[in-house]
Design a protein around this ligand. Structure first.
Ligand SMILES: C[S@@+](CC[C@H](N)C(=O)[O-])C[C@H]1O[C@@H](n2cnc3c(N)ncnc32)[C@H](O)[C@@H]1O
Length: 243
């Protein structure tokens, strides 16, 4: 297992990248999701392009993963967009993504193969039921809220045990607090579910204190920083490093 913990002491000191990709970079990544045929369905292309252009998620996550070469397991990977962003960023760490949505995994696999992404694997898995074997880093991006509080805690305990020295646990999540941002996050997730954009329904948002105490209690060097950029949501980036 290779990993580099050289900058683990400076995590909180490095300003977090909180702006979305510039237009050309976003287009460069999203292009992989264009249909093979000129009359094909462009939904995934426009979805990924909009996500990359408006949400600072991936620049923040890429920054958090840059110091390590440990394999990454992406829980709730959707179409596997993180794998494309990693390769565009020059990060070649082995990537495994899992998601409950079999249709997304099927489309994501086809796109990753067409784009020639090396060392990328996408599988169908319900995080409410289990986890694959893994040693390395773990990313959980906008997914925790779909699990019950008990399952969130259990899952985090299991993924913390997967971290090798220098590897990172990178979580982005809406946090439960009494801010208008938190309310907007909840309402938008509900609407996304009702409209059918998201098959799963959000169950519970973690709190900053709960995440911090679990990660620090497990001995991880932990930072929590806002990662909502210009969006109205209460999305934070939580990074834990196994020293
Ligand atoms: C908001 S999307 C985030 C996708 C991706 N992580 C990203 O940031 O672009 C949430 C993802 O979590 C997945 N998901 C929800 N509940 C899940 C579960 N129980 N097991 C696995 N994946 C789940 C959904 O299918 C969806 O792809």
């Amino acid at each position: 297992m290779t990993s580099n913990a050289s900058d683990s002491t400076s995590l909180a000191d490095t300003p977090l990248s909180t702006t979305p990709f510039p237009r050309e970079d976003a287009r460069g990544i999203a292009r992989a999701f264009l249909p093979g045929h000129v009359l094909g369905n462009r939904y995934d292309y426009y979805y990924t392009l909009t996500k990359l252009r408006t949400d600072p998620l991936y620049p923040g996550v890429l920054q958090a993963l840059r110091p390590t070469t440990a394999p990454v397991l992406d829980l709730g990977c959707g179409l596997g967009l993180l794998a494309h962003a990693l390769r565009a960023d020059g990060q070649s760490l082995p990537f495994t993504g899992v998601d409950i949505d079999a249709a997304k995994i099927r489309r994501g696999r086809a796109v990753a193969a067409r784009a020639g992404l090396a060392d990328v694997r996408l599988d169908v898995l319900d995080l409410g039921v289990g986890l694959p074997d893994h040693q390395g880093s773990v990313t959980i991006l906008d997914v925790l809220q779909y699990l019950s509080p008990e399952r969130q805690r259990e899952l985090l305990g299991n993924v913390i045990a997967m971290l090798v020295p220098g590897a990172r646990l990178v979580i982005r999540s809406g946090l439960a607090d009494d801010t208008p941002r938190s309310r907007t996050t909840r309402i938008t997730d509900r609407l996304a579910n009702l409209a059918g954009w998201m098959q799963e329904r959000a169950k519970s948002y973690p709190t900053a204190d709960g995440l911090r105490s679990q990660l620090e209690g497990a001995g991880l060097q932990t930072t929590l920083r806002p990662l909502y950029g210009d969006t109205p949501f209460n999305n934070w980036l939580i990074t834990g490093i196994r020293a």
